[in-house]
Write a protein that binds this ligand. Structure first.
Ligand SMILES: [Zn+2]
Length: 239
């Protein structure tokens, strides 16, 4: 009977260990940290997009400026040519060409203005998103720290339980412990149970009074088991 009392203590520790492990993998701090990590990733991505948009606009501005210089040179060349031609038809053709180039130049300028506004917008957005990112990183660091603390605490309590379980198991005969482990595979929290009145604490079925008396009367060498679920029945002293 005292062996079963010791075994019952082992099972209490095993249940507490399982609960502690479950808590470890379901800490609310895990979800919080995942959420702050996702925020940092999303804002980092958005910042990269803004920077890329600004860079691409700046690149296009450089290209437009090169095109503008080429355009200016073409207009200058055409104007110079215009001074040398005498035939009105040729002059008209050159004037037409100059007008086309000027129109192109004005389109280039309009586009460049548009792009400069875009660059300005991107710069402002970059500053704003950068400060958002800094804030998100702070929250993420705080969440990581909180998670580490919670994990450390739960791990410490788990370690204490594991040590306690080892000490408790030392006084239980190895063969009984093996049988218990085998029973636990089917019933993790009810390999050994107390009776609550006539009710088995593991399967919650009632055991007939006659059977209970027979179980109580078993010799020391035989261990009482629930006739329904097969768990060990542990009769507390005085019951
Ligand atoms: Zn039972």
């Amino acid at each position: 009977v005292s062996e079963l009392a010791d075994l019952y203590a082992v099972q209490l520790s095993d249940i507490a260990i399982a609960q502690s492990k479950h808590r470890l993998s379901h800490l609310p701090e895990i979800e919080l940290h995942t959420s702050t990590k996702n925020d940092v990733a999303a804002i980092t991505k958005s910042l990269a997009e803004t920077v890329a948009r600004g860079a691409s606009a700046k690149k296009e501005i450089n290209e437009l400026e090169a095109a503008g210089h080429a355009n200016d040179a073409a207009i200058a060349r055409l104007n110079k040519q215009l001074k040398t031609v005498i035939a009105p038809r040729e002059a008209e053709a050159l004037q037409h060409e100059i007008a086309t180039c000027s129109q192109q130049r004005s389109q280039l300028d309009d586009r460049e203005l548009e792009l400069m506004e875009l660059v300005d917008l991107c710069d402002r957005e970059e500053a704003q998103v950068s400060s958002q990112l800094a804030h998100a990183k702070q929250l993420d660091a705080a969440a990581a720290e909180k998670l580490a603390v919670a994990q450390r605490e739960e791990n410490q309590s788990l370690e204490r339980l594991v040590q306690q379980r080892s000490a408790q198991a030392l006084v239980v005969p190895a063969s009984l412990l093996n049988t218990y482990e085998a029973k636990r595979k089917h019933r993790p929290d009810g390999a050994i149970a107390k009776l609550s009145g006539p009710t088995c604490g593991a399967c919650h079925l009632d055991i007939a009074q006659g059977e209970i008396s027979a179980l109580r009367a078993l010799p020391e060498t035989e261990r009482p088991e629930c006739p329904h679920c097969g768990c060990f029945i542990f009769f507390e002293v005085g019951y």
